[in-house]
Design a protein around this ligand. Structure first.
Ligand code: ADP
Ligand code: MG
Length: 221
């Protein structure tokens, strides 16, 4: 049984007098232990899709289920609860609280998910992501690549069933990219469904499922 089911998702935006059909009937299933990559040009709807899967935005048509529970069109409080328990998300714009240190960002994420304060596993993860020296830094003190790694550490710190990442390797060098790919593979091996929007061919090569999005629709490659 899939841990994420998205059924016929539609999302329209209305900037000015125009209408943008950002998603036009996207259906997908994500399974535990699988890495799914979505490829597509800029503007094809990747971030819109991730935001709907995380329940950060609501579809205009269709719905999302997480672990058999409907996420779409529920009150924000209910969506936030499902998100905290099941979902880790690395957003393109960053997912760190600006006025908290990296360590406190991780503690907050764990607390929201009802987990204990940082245990050895989390400290190890941060170390492997090269964040040990930045434990007490504020997000604004990090470089773009460090911010991406810190964002991933925060997204992973609640040990989510579903990990959603929006272009996690966009600002990192080739070495860091390999580290991030290894960390994503580990989360899959731990039984999570991992879903990544990316332009990285290296990441796509490691995927169990590769989806192609174009003009808001999934297409055959
Ligand atoms: P991608 O992540 O693949 O680059 P997006 O999901 O960000 O694509 O955007 C898909 C389309 O929807 C684009 O045409 C974008 O301009 C539009 N769009 C996304 N978010 C908004 C918004 N909040 N308001 C207006 N248009 C938006
Ligand atoms: Mg995007």
């Amino acid at each position: 049984m899939p841990v994420v089911d998205a059924v016929e998702l539609y999302r329209f935006f209305h900037p000015g007098d125009s209408e943008v059909a950002a998603l036009q009937g996207v259906s997908l299933s994500l399974f535990r232990g699988d890495l799914t990559v979505v490829l597509g040009p800029s503007g094809s709807g990747k971030s819109t899709l991730l935001n709907l899967l995380a329940g950060l935005d609501e579809p205009d048509g269709g719905y999302v289920e997480i672990a058999g529970k409907r996420l779409s069109r529920r009150p924000e409080r209910v969506r936030a609860g499902i998100r905290a328990r099941h979902i880790g998300m690395l957003m393109q714009s960053g997912n760190l609280v600006d006025h908290l240190t990296i360590a406190d960002n991780i503690r907050l994420q764990r607390a929201l998910a009802g987990k204990q304060d940082c245990d050895g596993k989390i400290v190890d993860l941060a170390a492997r992501l090269g964040l040990s020296g930045h434990w007490n830094a504020l997000p604004s003190q990090l470089s773009g690549g460090e911010m991406a790694r810190a964002g991933l550490a925060v997204a992973l710190s609640s040990e989510p069933d579903v990990l959603l990442c929006d272009e996690p390797t966009a600002e990192v060098d080739a070495d860091t990219e390999q580290h991030l790919i290894a960390v994503l593979a580990e989360r899959c091996a731990a039984g999570a469904a991992v879903f990544v929007a990316t332009h990285s061919a290296a990441l796509a090569r490691t995927a169990d499922q590769v989806l192609h999005l174009k003009d808001g629709r999934l297409i055959d490659a």
